[in-house]
Design a protein around this ligand. Sequence first.
Ligand code: FAD
Length: 812
Amino acid sequence: MHNKARLVIIGSGIVGASAAYHLAQLGWKDILVLDQGPLFDTGGSTSHAPGLVFQTNSSKMMTGFAQYTVELLNELEYEGQPCFYPVGGIEVAYTPERWEDLKRKHGWAQSYGLESALLSPAEVQEHIPLLDPQVIHGGYYVPSDGDAVAVAAVAAMAAFAEDKGAANFQGQVQVSDIEVRDGRVRAVNTDRGRVETEQVLLCTNIWAPVLAEKVGLEIPLMAVEHQYLISEPLPELSGETRAIVHPILRHQDFSMYFRQHAEAYGIGSYKHEPLLVDPHELGKTATRPFTPEHFDVAHRAANELLPSLKGVEFPQKFNGMFAFTADGMPIMGPASQAQGLWVAVGVWVTHAGGVGRSIARWMDSGAPGEDLHEADISRFHPHVFTRAYIQARCAQQYREVYDIIHPLQQMEHPRNLRLSPFQARLEALKGEFFESSGWERPQWYNANRNLLGEFGRDVPERSGWEARYWSPIQGAEHLATRQHVALFELSAFTKIEVSGRGALGYLEHMAANRIDQPVGKVVYTSFLDQTGGIKCDLTVTRLEADHFLVLTGGGMGRHDLAWMRRWAPEDGSVQLRDVSSEYCTLGLWGPDARRALEGVCEEDISNEAFPYYTAQNLKVETVPALTLRVSYAGELGWEIYAPSEFGRHLWDVLWEAAQPYGVIAAGGGAFDSLRLEKGYRLWGADIHTDYNPYEAGLGWAVRPDKGDFIGREALLRAREQELQRKLCCMTLDEAGGMALGKEPILDGERVLGYVTSANYGYSVGKHIVYGYLPADYASPETPVLVEYFGRRQPATVTREPLYDPENAKLKA
Ligand code: FAD
C-alpha cells in the first residue's frame, strides 16, 4: 500500500467514490481511497441500498444534488451495464392532505427546474399495474427519477479515477486514526501501516463520529435501522428479466417505498419507532437482523396498495443502517479542528453525485461554487453536539422522513434550551415561542390579542395551511410597531468581537464595504466568497480604533464565525471572540422610540447627537448598554445590547418608560413582515453565495475600488457584465393571494424563478413576494404568476422598498 498521498479519502461508498471521481475530473492526482471492507461491495450503506432516486425536495440544494446525481449516473456504465434505470418515480397520496402536499411538491419541482406532473389514480395504475387505484387520490410523477445501481456506480467512478491515474482504491484497510500536529493533518494510521498526507476527506457515513472524535471533531449523526425486504417472484411479473421497468414508488402516508426487482418487488419501510445504533457499536457492515415485530403496519399497508403482495413470502429481508443527521441535511465541508480535514457524510445515494462534485470543487478552489449553507459543517451550535440532542433529533428526523412538514413547523423536543433574561416577561405576555438555534423566540404574543380591536380590520384572515403557525396578532403587532413603539426580543443575534492591531486590515479583507470609518459608525456589509457570492450578511460597528463588533443573525452565527476564523491571521494580530451569550438584545422601534428612550437615558439621543447608522454607549437608567441606531423593522429606533445579567431590568425600564406611548412587545412574525416591506434581504433565503451583491440589489453596499478583499476580482467581473437576473419585489394582485416561500414564479408556462421570501405587508396592504427574475422581467409593472398549491395567481413586479423608500422614518 502507498505510504504517502496528496489526499486520503476514507470510505469507498458512493460518496467517497463520487468525490474521487470529481477530483480526478478536476485534475487531482495522488488520491488514496481506503475502505475497511472489500471493494466495492464494502458492506457500507451503499452496498445495501436498493437505490431509489426521488429528486424532489423542498431544498433547492438537495434537489440540485439529486438532479446532478441523475445526470451523472445516466452517463456511467460498469461492465457494459447501466448504473441507473430512468424508470420515473411516483409518490402516491393516500390522504387528501397528502394530495394537497403533492401539489406543493410539484411547485418545488417547477421552482428548481425539474419536470414533473400530477397524475390521476388511473394514470398512476397505467404506470404501475400492480397498484390499486381505489385507495389513492392521485400521484406525483417525475419522469427522470429512477433507480441507481449504487455499487456499480461506485465501481465505475473508481475505474474512471484510477484510469486517469488520479486515484488508487484499496479495500480491507481500516483507518484507526488521523494524525494532526500543529493544527494540520499529517497522516492517517491504518491496520496496514501509516500513510503520510496533508489532506483527509472523511466519507465514513454511519461510522464517521468514531474517527472524527479522535481529532476532536464532533459529527451530529446516528446510524438508524431501516427495513428492506424483497418478495418471492410475483405471478404478475412472471418472466420479466429486466431489472426494473415500473417507476419507483413512494407511499409516504405509511412511510414506505417500493421498487421492482425483475419478477419480484422490494419494500422499504420507515414505519416503526426509530432504532438508533451508537456508531461505536457498529460492526463492519451496515446491516442487522430483520425485526419482524416492526413490519406489521407497513405490511398491511403494502398489501392494500399493491394487492399482489398479499400472502407472498419475502425470502430476503434485513434491517439496513444509514445515517440520520440532527437536522436531516448532509454534513460537508472543511472541519475547523485541523487544516486539511474535510467531511462529506449523512448523504443518500440520491444526493451522492452532487455532494461529490461540490466537495471536490470546494477542496479544489476553496468555494463549492453553489450555496451549500444547509449542508455546511460549520452550521451547528454547540448544544447540537450533546448526545441527548443528537439522539432526540436523529430519531425525530427518522420519524418525519416522509411527513408533510410545514415550513414553520416547530420541533417539539428538545425545547427551552436557550432562554434570554427576558423570558419571564415574554411568558407573562403569553409569547408563542418558536425555536431558533436552541433559543426560544416569541413569534407573537397572545397578550396582544386586544390589539385586533384597533388593527384587526387591516389583517386579512387566513385558514388552512397558511393559517398554521400564524396568528392575526402578528399583523396587529406589525401595525402597532409602525404606529407607536414596540420591544423586540433579539438576544439570539450573534455578536462577535474583533480586536487587535490587525483588526481593521483583517475586516477590510473580509468585507465588501469599507470598514475604515470613524469610531461609532455602523457599516452594513457583505462578506463575499471567492466567487463573489454573498457568504455572510452583517453589520460591523467600530467601537474603538482596533475594536469592532460584528453582528449577524442567530441562525447562521456559527457559519459566519467559522468563515471569519478561517481567514483570521495566524500571527496573533487579530482576536475573534464570540460574545453572543454575554449580551442580551432588544430592539426598540417605532415612531415613539426616541420619546420612550430619552426619558430613561442620560445622553442626548436627538437625531443630531445620535444619527442613523451610528452606535453609542448609553446609560439606560442603571443599565450600561451599547446601542445601535439601526432597524431591520424600518422604523426609528435602536438595537440595545446590555450585559445579560441586566437584561430583565433593562426590559422593565424600557417597558415602563414606553407605557405612555402604548408600547407593545412584538414577535418574529411581525418582524418578518416589517423587514419585507422595507426590502431587507434575509440571508439564507433572499441572498447567499449563489448571488452576488449586484444581483441581490446590494450594489450600494460594496466598494470594489477600496482595495483588495475576498471576492473582489469576481465582483469586478460581475460589475462589468450586464445583469442576467435580479432580486425583485412583487406583490400579488388579488386580495387573498398567498405565497409562503419556494413557490414557482412563471410567465405563462415558462418558469422564471421562485419565491425566496413572502409575507403579507400589513402596512402596505399587499402580499409581498421576493424572487430572482431574468433581467428582462425585472422592471416595475411586469406581470408574472406565482403558483401556490397548483393555483396560479397574478402578481406584478413593483418598485422597492414598498415602505418608506426615502428612509425618512429611519432618519427621523
Ligand atoms: P457508505 O456506503 O456506508 O460508505 C462508507 C464506507 O466507509 C463504508 O464502505 C465503510 O466500510 C467505510 N469505513 C467506515 N469506517 C472506516 C474506517 N475506519 N476505515 C476505512 N473504511 C471505513 N439512499 C437512497 O438514496 N435511496 C435509497 O433507496 C436508499 N435506500 C436505502 C436502503 C437501505 C436498506 C439502506 C441501508 C440505505 C439506503 N439508502 C438509500 C441510503 C444510502 O444507502 C446511504 O445514505 C449512502 O449509501 C451512504 O453512502 P456513503 O458513501 O456515505 O456511506
